[in-house]
Design a protein around this ligand. Structure first.
Ligand SMILES: C[S@@+](CC[C@H](N)C(=O)[O-])C[C@H]1O[C@@H](n2cnc3c(N)ncnc32)[C@H](O)[C@@H]1O
Length: 358
């Protein structure tokens, strides 16, 4: 999955940049329009005020793709909180040269505010207060395919078929310590042949981002569930999918490099890993309820003079039948001793799943 998506020449994300939007392979909240960035900017502006208006603060956006979300956030923040905008560094870690070139072009009007780095570890030389965030990035981190057998969890290894194609080759018992530890909380008793996915790379992804922040937030938006829903017995074929031309398929071994490959996010694991790194969970909500709360002032300002196009974007982002309930938002505090405790409903949702947010 790592090579199929990120190989510097042949990987899906390295080869071309027209994956997102109408002419691409999939839509995201970013491609819905600028309302998503406008509302994120309101969250960032609120954090900046609550943090005491720090000078020289930083936003770190992972998976910035062609820079569209960055441009939407920066446009809104400049209007909403000019003082925050004036001291902001908007950092974009981007290892793929083709994507970085597209980001530089999109963000030309904000050149003074934006810093491009190939690797987020470069930000650790000069940590600042701020927020590391990303939309639909965690689902794009490579995962393993796991399968339950009578003697426990196994990993599927990819090999070559007789006609020299990739195929699911061998089921290997899990022996790697990190994988054993990550599988332990899942328990046992799954139906034989139950397939799912496992990511053990969240810590490696978060640690360099945290080293670029002296304090602040981690904020992740993605599709996924709490662990009990992710590893629900009924989800026996897992969530690994490919996307091409807005069509979903389920064979990631077919034509690697030509399709997006993605698997849902187990947010409980994400939170546990972040806690181990020193973070504290603040909130876990559906995207619909999170954005609706953020949009209060924005909606009130439109009273009497509604903008139909913007309201349509808002509906797409928040309606439960569209992006509102499939997507979730996880906020975590980093080095912020005064940050509030996570609300009981959010905690239960994170630990037990959506059915338990009474
Ligand atoms: C599904 S796209 C989402 C793009 C954009 N955030 C949006 O919502 O439209 C996933 C993006 O995450 C990027 N990505 C994956 N792993 C990454 C990593 N470790 N660091 C930075 N970007 C990464 C990919 O290159 C790709 O641009």
């Amino acid at each position: 999955m790592a090579a199929a998506l990120y190989h510097p020449d042949l990987g899906y994300y390295a080869r071309q940049i027209r994956q997102v939007g109408r002419d691409g392979d999939f839509f995201t909240s970013v491609s819905v329009g600028p309302v998503f960035g406008e509302l994120l900017a309101r969250r960032f502006g609120r954090w900046w005020l609550e943090a005491g208006c720090p000078e020289n603060w930083r936003l770190i956006e992972s998976g910035a793709h062609d820079g569209t979300l960055a441009a939407d956030v920066l446009t809104a923040l400049r209007r909403l909180e000019p003082a925050a905008f004036a001291t902001l560094q908007y950092a974009i870690p981007e290892p793929l040269p083709r994507l970085q070139a597209a980001q530089r072009q999109t963000l030309q009007p904000f050149a003074e505010r934006v810093l491009f780095v190939a690797n987020p570890t470069e930000l650790a030389l000069n940590p600042r207060p701020g927020i590391a965030f990303g939309n639909e990035v965690l689902d794009a981190l490579p995962c393993q395919v796991i399968e339950w057998q009578a003697d426990g969890w196994h990993l599927w290894r990819v090999g070559f078929s007789a006609d020299d194609r990739f195929c699911w080759d061998t089921l290997l018992p899990v022996s790697d310590r990190a994988q054993v530890a990550a599988l332990a909380p899942l328990g046992g008793g799954f139906p034989i042949g139950y397939r799912s996915e496992l990511r053990t790379n969240y810590a490696g992804f978060f640690a360099p981002l945290l080293s670029g922040l002296s304090s602040g937030l981690l904020l992740w938006l993605d599709y996924g569930f709490a662990r009990p829903e992710f590893y629900h017995p009924a989800r026996h074929q897992g969530t690994l999918r490919t996307f091409s031309g807005h069509r979903a398929a389920d064979d990631p071994l077919l034509d690697p490099g030509a399709n997006d490959i993605t698997a849902h996010v187990d947010f409980t694991t994400v939170a546990e890993i972040a806690i181990r790194l020193g973070c504290r969970p603040l909130l876990f909500r559906s995207q619909g309820s999170w954005l609706t709360a953020l949009a209060r002032e924005w909606l009130l300002a439109m009273e009497g003079q509604p903008d139909a196009a913007l309201l349509r974007q808002f509906t797409t982002l928040t309606h439960p039948a569209q992006l509102g309930s499939r997507f979730h938002v996880l906020e975590l505090a980093w080095n912020e001793p005064l940050a509030p405790e996570i609300a009981a409903a959010d905690f239960h949702r994170l630990a037990l799943g959506e059915g338990h947010d009474a």
